[in-house]
Design a protein around this ligand. Structure first.
Ligand code: T46
Length: 136
């Protein structure tokens, strides 16, 4: 499994740093939604689902966290701790986010609006869907 981590351009000067993200330029899709999670309780794992039709970029803009990606055959763990790094998460990818630092803010840029039907929350269902896609 290839992990795609974007390194965004940092505009830094004596005042500090700034990152600007433009759809189709820095981000490979139209950004239809932005959300972020913070104040994550100790020991919590979020996610435990895949999406049928959603691309996302995860940026830990403050603090750190880990993301486990699972494409049904391979699993990889990615550590996010830099506000100028974005992890690309394609559709049909199981994800779990955990080990959030107390100060972690995980920002997500999404290619689609929020659609509950797009979630696959059962791991066996996820594997079945991958198999069905293969059989097509
Ligand atoms: C994902 C990972 C990385 C909304 O109302 N609108 C939204 O756009 C989102 C993302 C969530 N919600 C509501 C639905 C739930 O009542 O916020 C609540 C928490 O969402 P959820 O339990 O899905 O959060 P996570 O952290 O498990 O997953 C989220 C995204 O939902 C998911 O698409 O890929 O972050």
């Amino acid at each position: 499994m290839q992990i795609v981590k974007y390194q965004f351009q940092q505009h830094g000067d004596e005042r500090g740093s700034l990152v600007a993200l433009e759809e189709f330029k820095d981000i490979p899709f139209e950004i239809k939604r932005v959300y972020y999670m913070y104040d994550t309780a100790k020991g919590v794992t979020r996610g435990y689902h895949a999406h049928k039709n959603l691309e996302q970029i995860l940026i830990c803009i403050h603090g750190s966290c880990k993301v486990k990606l699972d494409n049904g055959t391979e699993k990889k763990i990615v550590y996010l701790e830099k506000p100028y790094e974005g992890l690309y998460v394609p559709n049909n990818m199981w994800r779990e986010m955990y080990d959030f630092s107390d100060d972690a803010v995980l920002l997500v840029l999404a290619s689609e609006y929020y659609i509950e039907d797009d979630y696959i929350r059962n791991y066996d269902e996820f594997l079945n869907m991958l198999q069905q896609n293969k059989d097509k």
